[in-house]
Design a protein around this ligand. Structure first.
Ligand code: TYD
Length: 202
């Protein structure tokens, strides 16, 4: 099964990815990965895109798409073909939320790009829905912010809104987990309940 985890910066998805992979590994091989940079060669691209020094407004988008294409071809598709579960932090929905709602790029061409490129489609996408104020206060404690984290609160609000709109438009694929001030264990328990509702009992 191909599961993607989404949410604004500081939403807590890395912790949930780890817990999910631990639980899933009892049911077979699991590949845990993430974007940007989840393939050999991805680190360089990651630092280019997060470093904040790109000049053309579309460079960032093309780098994310390039990253996804190589990641899909080298990591995701081979794992799925080998019958493994794949858990990926961020995927094409990050591009839609950040580049469309965040940067103001057009929705349809970007949505269509994933189809044109033949990127594998996630069966389940979990949205960790957290208030931007809370998420950014966590990010602030992590050290030097990257190009997206330093965009500020209004940017994160637009992205949070984008994610909610994407989830509302495809309830079959999306699972929305309201995080609020809940603990990691409570959030994981809710994700588990939601996944069971989508046919994946852990
Ligand atoms: P990262 O440090 O991985 O953030 P996080 O730990 O919050 O996932 O940085 C990824 C950043 O890149 C994050 O701010 C979201 C952004 N991003 C996009 O804008 N578009 C994309 O397609 C992807 C994959 C990420």
């Amino acid at each position: 099964m191909f599961i993607t985890l989404e949410g604004i910066d500081g939403c807590g998805k890395s912790t949930q990815a780890r817990l999910l992979c631990e639980a899933l590994s009892a049911r077979g091989a699991v590949v845990q990965t993430r974007e940007p940079g989840g393939w050999e060669g991805g680190a360089e691209l990651r630092s280019m895109v997060l470093g904040g020094s790109l000049k053309h407004p579309w460079s960032e988008l093309f780098l994310f798409l390039l990253d996804r294409a190589e990641h899909a071809a080298r990591v995701i598709t081979p794992a799925l073909e080998a019958g493994k579960h794949v858990v990926c932090e961020r995927y094409h929905d990050s591009t839609l939320a950040y580049q469309v709602w965040g940067r103001g790029m057009p929705f349809e061409p970007l949505r269509g790009a994933a189809e044109l490129a033949g990127f594998p489609k996630p069966e389940v996408t979990v949205l960790f829905d957290v208030e931007p104020e809370l998420a950014l206060s966590r990010v602030a404690k992590r050290g030097r912010p990257d190009a997206f984290e330093s965009e500020g609160l209004a940017f994160m609000h637009r992205i949070a809104e984008g994610y909610r709109a994407l989830a509302a438009a495809d309830e079959e694929r999306w699972l929305v987990v309201k995080c609020g001030e809940r603990t990691e264990e409570e959030i994981f328990a809710e994700m588990k309940r939601g996944l069971a509702g989508k046919g994946l009992s852990l």
